[in-house]
Write a protein that binds this ligand. Structure first.
Ligand SMILES: Cc1cc2nc3c(=O)[nH]c(=O)nc-3n(C[C@H](O)[C@H](O)[C@H](O)COP(=O)(O)OP(=O)(O)OC[C@H]3O[C@@H](n4cnc5c(N)ncnc54)[C@H](O)[C@@H]3O)c2cc1C
Length: 271
């Protein structure tokens, strides 16, 4: 049984901000609903009002501007992002991570922004956004602020967003265009499944970055490594940045082992 809640469908960004300013904590934003509706159905989330943002006409969807970068708005589904020519041409790592998220059908509804605001440690989009130096543009009735993704996640299912704020757009900067990268994700089954552990590795202009999921309370960014370093440096940096746990899907030791295996494979694979 679903508990009762009010439903609102603002048509403009200003109306959306107004609703959030009025209801704050009691409100939940509905994008694709692939996390929110599951949480409402099982009683984890009990909003008094659900604000559907799919019909807000003045929010961005997805656009490539060489001066700014790739702009991903709250309406952009994972499949729309995967199909965008700029993602194919400039940001292959986004594509790698997106293809590993759920199934084609889920990706038709699920948004990139919903995935990061949900802030699961096993988010598949976060590793790519962390490596690519993406910025979250957060807005409310009070104005806008910019938060690098390296500071966006604050704990399990927690972000810097305040109760009256939305994540209005993600900007993947032009400076990261052309970066080479790949993503390896360990799952219990061959089909779609949440990650037991996921490692993204990006190389650009001699610099290497790692984005790691399911290995700490938040997705983790590992920086300060160069292509000229030995792979052992990347493995050691990842070990000190992560704190995997044992749970019903696997042990801490197996997670640690697979992070190292994936880093070594990716190091050789990403030329
Ligand atoms: C069968 C299944 C398989 C899945 N497999 C995976 C997987 O392999 N990997 C993975 O990472 N995830 C997986 N997921 C989780 C899910 O699909 C993603 O997290 C999805 O991207 C969430 O996007 P959404 O648009 O559906 O978000 P919603 O469910 O609409 O929202 C998610 C959260 O974000 C908030 N929110 C949404 N948009 C905004 C905004 N603009 N500003 C502020 N708050 C906002 C909502 O209030 C809610 O709290 C799976 C889900 C299902 C049902």
């Amino acid at each position: 049984m679903l508990h009762e809640f009010e439903y609102a469908r603002p048509a403009t960004r200003a109306e959306l901000h107004e609703l959030l300013a009025r209801h704050g904590k009691a409100a939940k934003i509905l994008a694709g609903g692939t996390d929110l509706l599951v949480n409402i159905r099982c009683g984890v989330s009990k909003p008094a009002i659900v604000i559907d943002i799919k019909k807000v006409r003045d929010l961005p969807v997805i656009a490539w501007n060489p001066k700014v970068g790739l702009v991903i708005g709250p309406g952009a589904t994972i499949n729309e992002v995967l199909a965008h020519p700029a993602v194919h041409d400039h940001f292959p790592l986004l594509s790698e991570c997106g293809h590993d998220l759920a199934s084609y059908q889920v990706r038709n509804r699920a948004t990139v922004i919903g995935n990061v605001v949900n802030a699961s440690p096993c988010s598949d989009m976060a590793p790519a956004l962390l490596c690519l130096g993406a910025i979250a543009i957060v807005s409310s009735k009070r104005g806008e602020r910019e938060v690098p993704f390296s500071e966006f996640f604050t704990g399990v299912k927690k972000t810097v967003l305040l109760d009256d704020e939305i994540l209005e757009r993600i900007v993947v900067p032009t400076a990261s265009a052309g970066a080479r990268g790949s993503y390896h994700k360990l799952k219990r089954i061959n089909g779609h499944d949440l990650g037991i552990v996921g490692v993204a590795l990006m190389k650009k202009e001699g610099v290497v970055a790692l984005g790691i999921s399911s290995a700490a309370p938040t997705p983790v960014l590992v920086e300060g490594i160069r292509e000229t370093d030995a792979v052992e440096k990347a493995v050691a940096a990842a070990r000190s940045a992560t704190s995997p746990i044992s749970d019903l899907r696997c042990s801490k030791e197996y997670r640690e082992f697979m992070i190292e295996v994936f880093i070594r494979r990716l190091w050789a694979e990403v030329k």
